[in-house]
Design a protein around this ligand. Structure first.
Ligand code: UD1
Ligand code: CA
Length: 458
């Protein structure tokens, strides 16, 4: 039976107090709605429809920019007349022979395993309903059961009688049922209730009246069913998610000095005995080799780091490939399109941009290396600057193998330093430096023995 997923996401989200539609707010670097779409895609849905309303165009535009691993169909709900009305917008696009699963754009952490159990509960024309026991059920719809335990309906908080409000089993909203039956029930929904809305929850009583079994399933984790209505709830779910990822990494053999102070906003592949100190943020696609060590306070985005490399405290690394046994930082900035070979050393207050640095080369202190190719075994002295920008265009610097560059040197690009050359400290290099020779530009040093320090006038 083909699976058709509907994600309800037309709510306004006013309590976010934001110009950004609620479902576009990021959790671990990915929008709430994308989390839900990814969960849907993991189930192998034949079709995913998103019911959108307020801010819909912005949502569609942003989602269109993501890699379409699984395309979604957009369905507008112009007026938000309730969850039943929202699903009704999507049902005409679903074949009668499909099974339907309803998800929510603002409930981002729903797990694929929980959803699989929910789908199992809907097998053979039955109704699958995800419910949970909450210590404080206020605000949620309550699950009504017969004395024999059969579910007979759901009553919303605002419509509930006092004894119903005491029920602690709540409706999460997630449900699975056959399309043909859902279409029949949704067509019959009315809005004669406290909120004047078409409640999707009223389909339960109809199904029960037809003698269909309502099978309830509980989520594996409570955070899976928690929705985001404000930024405090968003922060709470972010922590839940980060905690879950940290646990997974530690069980896979990564040392996290403090799992509560680790953030992964993307994906990490890692080798054995990787160690990550506190307050590290990993973003995008990250690969860490065996025994990589990352110091406190580092921010690393889209990078591959080779075996035995040590990233010391407070480095920022973006779109870079770093070889084996390198040592970076503390306080280094590695910018996009940089490749560092094995055994490279990048020290404090060094910025590297769009450059290749060969094996065993060192840039240890206070330097800017941009648009540069550096060979192997090169030593770049403290305070060296590549002057790569003439105000209009960028130019490349080439430094061949075994070069020694004295401190406080400026290389005015385009310029090449030949293999084995030495540049004297303080050189402003404006023409190519030949291989194997000493090149320097330096004003003559003089001493004036007749000079007197000025003294303060009385
Ligand atoms: C709903 C359930 C309630 C359940 C709760 C769980 C109904 C009638 N009630 O209540 O039993 O305990 O969720 O959080 O279903 N939406 C639309 N279009 C609409 C209205 C809502 O797309 O016209 C979407 C919202 O974007 C949201 C979801 O449906 O993602 C739920 O809407 P919300 O207003 O939060 O429902 P509740 O009243 O909280
Ligand atoms: Ca809600």
């Amino acid at each position: 039976m083909a699976l058709s997923i509907v994600i309800l996401a037309a709510g306004q989200g006013t309590r976010m107090r934001s110009a950004v539609p609620k479902v576009l707010h990021p959790l671990a670097g990915k929008s709430l709605l994308e989390h839900v779409i990814d969960a849907a895609a993991a189930l192998g849905a034949g079709q995913i429809q998103v019911v959108y309303g307020h801010g819909g165009e912005q949502v569609r535009r942003q989602l269109a920019a993501r890699p379409a691993e699984h395309p979604v169909t957009w369905v507008e709900q112009a007026q938000q007349w309730g969850t039943g009305h929202a699903l009704a917008q999507a049902l005409p696009g679903i074949a009668d022979t499909d099974r339907v699963l309803v998800l929510y754009g603002d409930v981002p952490l729903i797990g694929a395993d929980t959803l699989r159990r929910l789908l199992d509960a809907a097998a053979g024309g039955q109704f699958g309903l995800l419910t949970a026991e909450l210590a404080d059920p206020s605000g949620y719809g309550r699950i009504l059961r017969e004395s024999d335990g059969r579910v007979t309906g759901i009553v919303e908080q605002k419509d509930a009688r006092p004894e119903q409000l005491a029920i602690r089993e709540i409706n999460t909203g997630f449900m699975a049922a056959d399309a043909a039956a859902l279409k029949r029930w949704v067509a019959r929904l009315g809005n004669d209730n406290a909120q004047g809305e078409y409640y999707l929850t009223d389909v339960i009583a109809q199904a029960a009246a037809e003698g269909i079994a309502i099978n309830t399933v509980a989520p594996a984790e409570l955070f899976e069913i928690m929705g985001v209505n404000n930024r405090a709830q968003l922060a709470e779910l972010e922590r839940d998610y980060q905690c879950q990822q940290a646990q997974r990494l530690m069980h896979a053999g990564v040392t996290l000095r403090d799992p509560a102070r680790f953030d992964l906003r993307g994906r990490v592949e890692h080798g054995q005995d990787v160690s990550i100190d506190v307050n590290v943020i990993l973003e995008g696609e990250i690969t860490l080799g065996d025994r990589v060590s990352i110091g406190p306070g580092c921010v690393i985005r889209n990078a591959a780091i080779g075996d035995d490399t040590i990233i010391q405290a407070h480095c920022v690394i973006e779109d870079a490939i770093i070889g084996r046994n390198a040592r970076i930082g503390p306080f280094a900035r590695i910018r996009p399109e940089t490749q560092l070979a094995n055994d490279v050393r990048i020290g404090n207050f060094v910025e590297i941009k769009k450059s290749d640095i060969g094996a065993g080369s060192k840039v240890n202190h206070l330097s800017y290396i941009g648009d540069t190719t550096i060979g192997a075994r090169v030593n770049v002295g403290a305070g060296t600057i590549t002057c790569n920008y003439d105000g209009a265009n960028k130019h490349r610097t080439v430094i061949e193998d075994d070069v020694f560059i004295g401190s406080d040197t400026q290389l005015v690009a385009p310029v090449t330093v030949g293999a084995g050359a030495t540049l004297g400290a303080g050189t402003t290099l404006t023409r190519n430096a030949p291989a194997g020779a000493l090149t320097l530009s330096r004003s003559k040093q003089e001493t004036r023995s007749d000079w007197k320090r000025p003294v303060k006038k009385k």
